[in-house]
Write a protein that binds this ligand. Sequence first.
Ligand code: PMP
Length: 364
Amino acid sequence: MSNELNFSGGPGALPASVLQQLQQAMIALPDTGLSVLGMSHRSDWFRSVLDEAEANLRLLLDIPANYHVLFLQGGSSLQFSMLPMNVLRGTRQHADYIASGYWSAKAIPEARLEGEVRVAWDGQPHGYDRLPTEQELQLSPDAAYLHYVSNETVEGVQFTQTPGLPGVPLVADMSSDLLAGPLDVSRHAMIYAHAQKNLGPAGVTVVILRDSFANSPASPLPSLLDYRSHISSRSLYNTPPVFAIYALLLVTRWLRDDMGGLAAMAEINRQKASQLYQTLDKHAGLYHVHAHPQWRSQMNIAFSLPTPALQQQFLQGAQRQGLHGLEGHRSLGGLRASLYNAVTPQAVASLCQWLDAFASSTAL
Ligand code: PMP
């Protein structure tokens, strides 16, 4: 049961049925009789895993045919570098970046190693507690691309409208909200997301890339860092993380068959987040939600209590109830509840019960 009450920011909860299948696959895969950990990445079995994982992502996200789906390593942090290496390095162009939180602020210095970066908006002066309006964004029509983080995992702010200018390739880090609901892939030149939230376990990063954006880099790159190598080898340039990709396949099957697709998943996620925010707002004197209401994330809810001592009491009590992973990110402190796809409405109801019980036992 405690596995179902895991509110960790990532790696996060995975669906119970997927964990059961992985347990069996560890010893013997139903299809091959061999452990998943000993399967060759050159086997027919793994080719069919890659093909179905890609097909499921294409179906769930309605990915147009002129986009590649790549399974890479190095986490989302490597994409902070790989993107500007492939697109900016050796050119005279600049890229626009929206600095909306901890993760977008980490992407910017990596891009500056490769070329010129202009910050289109910076939320740092007010602690990244909101996102920009369209009017506040200073976008350039001649940028090589605009980079944004669709959901800031640490601060709990999430875009509800896609930013950007027509004609400027748009790149999104969707590490913490890809597969949480439907989205318009065609608005983007590239989307990337590591797996360890809604997609599967850590070890694989999905990159969805429009073919025309994946041109040969202006200056030659090591093959492993060049998107073209991964496109031409269909994610088999070197040994990929077989286990993580198999787990991702099972998660996409779960979304397709058990959850009924991303529109249905989005509705469940909306209800979970709304129940949690309502409970926090009911006790607004005790719980302070970091994000302004208009920008609140449905995936990561960052909140705090008035004193560190109260936060400690809250966390200790939560652990006694079997509620795990509620510590905030080390950069922001406070508390955070992450409501990824595999966190059930029942788990959220249990968390809300504890929030109510702690509020009624705490006299401020
Ligand atoms: N981007 C976002 C939005 C994240 O949440 C994270 C990590 N949680 C990262 C990037 C960095 O990812 P990784 O650890 O896979 O490099």
